[in-house]
Design a protein around this ligand. Structure first.
Ligand code: GUN
Length: 295
């Protein structure tokens, strides 16, 4: 039987509708819109597309997007000075420095310089630490989007065997912390994991975040499992154009899984929605207001 498709576009649209209402409320209450500052160093075309779509979504939700494009040869000191200026700017609730950064800039130092209260990517060690100990944190957008889809699909996750493939600070580790917070039994698998297919076959919830096209095969999936595919990989298509595929061999996996996210149209749209959410949450906290529980 074919798995249910988890429609990330529809879920993101519904969430963005709720966020727009909250953004209006915030503006009416405080007399100013919630503000997201984005910083892009250089002209990488893929990064430029991502940042443009983040700003567009911010404005569509009734928030203020302030974009700071910088030349590719910007020094680390110049970027740190801009981050400091944004930290001090009261109109800025969230700061997003698009990664990757050019080689002359140490990304860790830049992330460290962002005020944790404005770190809407959730990459600062303070937010990573808060998440790890179960305290109130700004949580990275992609795993937050995955959790939202899982809870909409399954409801209560407690007791489920969850396997996360990938141990990055941006997806794998925070995803594991979030699933642990939902009382799942969590395994983090990675490139050194022994017998990865067998580990995956134990998963009621399988999250693939490795960045390798169609690595997870259909026979790695437990029958009825919920599969979340974080991968976005460009591969050559039949007509000479490239096409997007995930980390999961979708056609095979959907014959075995209970529910699965497509690529595109699964996790991707949720990531931007969660960036807007984090910006609104940060804005409420900074203004001493309580954000709605279901945000
Ligand atoms: N580059 C690719 N994804 C991301 C992201 O989520 N945040 C930032 N800052 N840069 C990225």
């Amino acid at each position: 039987m074919s798995a249910r498709l988890i429609d990330g576009r529809a879920a993101a649209e519904a969430l963005r509708g709720r966020l727009a209402i909250t953004a209006d409320f915030f503006r009416a209450t405080t007399g100013r819109p919630a503000g997201l500052a984005t910083v892009l160093v250089g002209e990488d075309p893929a990064s430029a597309v991502y940042v443009r779509s983040k700003i567009k979504a911010t404005e569509e939700a009734g928030m203020h997007g302030l974009h700071h494009p910088l030349p590719a040869e910007t020094s680390e000191a110049e970027l740190l000075a801009l981050v400091e200026q944004l930290n001090r700017d009261d109109a800025v609730d969230g700061i997003l420095v698009q990664l990757p950064l050019p080689a002359q800039i140490d990304a860790a130092r830049v992330i460290d310089a962002i005020s944790p209260e404005k770190d809407v990517d959730g990459f600062h060690v303070v937010n990573a630490g808060r998440l790890a100990v179960g305290a109130e944190a700004l949580v990275p957008c992609t795993p937050l989007g995955c959790l939202h889809l899982l809870k909409s699909e399954i409801g209560d996750l407690s007791g489920a065997n969850a396997v996360v493939i990938g141990r990055s600070n941006i997806v794998g580790k925070p995803m594991a912390s979030l699933l642990l917070g939902e009382s799942c039994t969590v395994t983090i698998a990675h490139s050194r994991t022994r017998d990865l297919p067998e580990v995956c076959r134990r998963a009621d919830i399988l999250v693939a975040a490795v960045g390798r096209a169609e690595m997870v095969r259909g026979d790695w999936v437990k029958p009825g499992a919920t599969v979340i595919d974080v991968g976005i990989n460009r591969v050559p298509g039949a007509t000479g154009k490239t096409r997007l595929v995930g980390d999961v061999a979708f056609a095979e996996a959907r014959e075995v899984a209970g529910a699965i996210t497509p690529v595109p149209g699964g996790v991707g749209p949720m990531t931007i929605a969660m960036l807007l959410r984090n910006t609104l949450v940060a804005a409420h906290r900074r203004a001493g207001l309580k954000a709605p529980e279901d945000l």
